[in-house]
Design a protein around this ligand. Sequence first.
Ligand code: UT7
Length: 329
Amino acid sequence: MSKKNAGILGLGIGLPERVLTNKELEKVVATSDEWISGRTGIKERRIAADGETTLTLSEKAAREAMENSGISAAELDLIIVATVTPDMIFPATACLLQDSLKAESAAAFDLEAGCSGFVYGLTLAAQFIENGAYRNVLVIGAEVLSRITDWEDRNTCVLFGDGAGAAVMGTVEEKGFWGFELGSDGSGGDFLKMPAGGGAKPASRNTVEEKLHYIKMDGNQVFKFAVKAMARSAKKVAEKSNIAIEDIDLFIPHQANIRIIESAAKRLKIPPEKVFMNLEYYGNTSAASIPIALYEAWKEGRVKKSDRILMVGFGAGLSWGSVIIEWIG
Ligand code: UT7
């Protein structure tokens, strides 16, 4: 069987309407707009309303991506939802989505690779498509991080937001997926985690009282890891894909912190005009951040046919991942 080409056929997003500004956060915890913008670049984030969940945001993003790609639900072979905030631990949110979309021929599963989840998902989709097993795969990064945020912890609550981004990947003529590089270092798992609610520490009165169902993060450790991992992974994917970093048209990094992005771009010698950022408006939306950024870059006309786009994610695990795609227009 000859190898097929995989490419992105269409994109969509699902964002809550509610905007929570830094100024509003000043009333919630001991922080300031100046501190948050200066240290992170974030000005505001979206917060899911009652009833809005990873599933509902995913569905919104998926329907737009399907419309933009001209692929119907019946034509989907696989649905992957990358998330750390699934509607329930099980069944998979991807299965709930399969039902809402009536994607009757689709297999479905959730993928948990923290903020690297969407890059992992695109890579998996590309493997299924390139080996001819599947024709169309829906990949989603979606989160409602506000639901696992401790709104009394200023170290974390100013950073995160909610949202979803979706891509339909399918079989294409040209080469739309140039390469990937994925990795993990579980020895750093403690630096970013939600300690309870799994099999090791099931929910109990104690876990709730001790606030163990919220995000716990050692920001400095994650920061140091992120800068190194992003630059290293981006270099590796460029090498594996036989593409020089200077031939990359747009760099879309995980939107966690402007200082992490700027120092990774500097290490990679990527000029600011080739770096896409929208974290100012959404904060860190984990698995959703790269697909939302890719969507906005496309909507703003920052990606043109044949452009090579480098996307790099990093986060809980610790994990990281990079892909280079060519925009097939
Ligand atoms: O998706 C992957 C997930 N996470 C990340 O990528 C996060 C990576 N880390 C970071 O982005 C940064 O480490 C942070 C933004 C989390 C923190 O920035 P920092 O420059 O590393 O600050 P810091 O943790 O060293 O804290 C500096 C000071 C501390 O006060 P003292 O001890 O110097 O008096 C903090 O208590 O800033 C204080 N601080 C705050 N002040 C006002 C921490 N959070 C806040 C806050 N408002 N929200």
